[in-house]
Write a protein that binds this ligand. Structure first.
Ligand code: PGA
Length: 241
């Protein structure tokens, strides 16, 4: 895993967006794995700016998002689908037909099979963007007894509910989500994980310096041959080197 520490989240967003723009220019129909949460927002801002400056086009880009809430309409303002519309898709020339999303209201087993098949039919994910939870989760893969494989319906932990409840002001935060499994995430050709802020420091240390264990789902990235980790000084503050 290659680790880069940059001065702040804006610098990280620009660096990651530059890598994604390079990937798109090299392969205009490349397949991006996208993430939600506060962490990737500076990256999406920089991608929108690059598009608006005429430096890149998303016209042929295909995307798959990591996860979605269950039991929440897709068009609800707090769905991850809505988040992606606001933060990226509406700001660039992405074709809605090229946007892949897990359906949190479908039968989970059938939906999982559909999503894996759709990713495979697209030729696999070229670059997967990831954040990390305070408990070491990636997407909604919470600490568990075994690494998950394909997409599945998951009960969210109290830690995750506490971190995200603030975004739900009209309906209670959903207690379940559907998420790509760790095995499916690791099939991406390249992974880019971003962590910013002191609240992520312990999880970052466990991911990079701890054992590979499903108790820290992000530690599975140690087994992937092409991982870039971008940290700010606060998120890197507990690392030995
Ligand atoms: P955050 O979430 O970017 O909102 O901190 C990251 C995650 O939980 O994966």
């Amino acid at each position: 895993m290659k680790v880069q520490i940059l001065e702040n989240k804006t610098a990280i967003g620009e660096a990651v967006a530059a890598l994604l723009c390079d990937a798109i220019r090299e392969k205009p129909d490349c397949v991006l794995g996208l993430a939600t949460g506060a962490t990737p927002v500076p990256t999406y801002d920089a991608l929108a700016a690059a598009y608006q400056a005429g430096k890149v086009s998303f016209r042929r880009v295909r995307s798959f998002n990591l996860d979605e809430y269950c039991d929440l309409p897709k068009t609800h303002k707090n769905s991850f689908y809505s988040f992606m519309q606001v933060q990226l898709f509406s700001r660039v020339d992405m074709d809605p037909a090229n946007v892949g999303f897990l359906d949190g209201n479908a039968d989970p087993a059938a939906e999982s099979a559909r999503y894996t098949a759709a990713i495979e039919a697209a030729g696999g994910i070229d670059v997967q963007l990831l954040g990390i939870g305070r408990n070491g989760h990636i997407a909604f893969n919470e600490p568990a007894d075994a690494f998950s494989q394909e997409s599945f319906r998951v009960a969210l932990t109290e830690s995750t509910i506490a971190a995200n409840s603030c975004y739900f002001d009209d309906v209670p935060m959903p207690r379940f989500a559907i998420t790509m499994g760790v095995g499916l995430i690791l099939r991406a050709k390249r992974l880019i994980l971003i962590a910013t802020g002191e609240s992520k420091a312990a999880a970052v240390k466990a991911m990079l310096e701890g054992p590979v264990t499903p108790q820290c789902p992000a530690s599975a990235l140690q087994t992937h041959p092409d991982v870039l980790v971008f940290l700010d000084p606060a998120a890197a503050s507990l690392l030995k080197q």
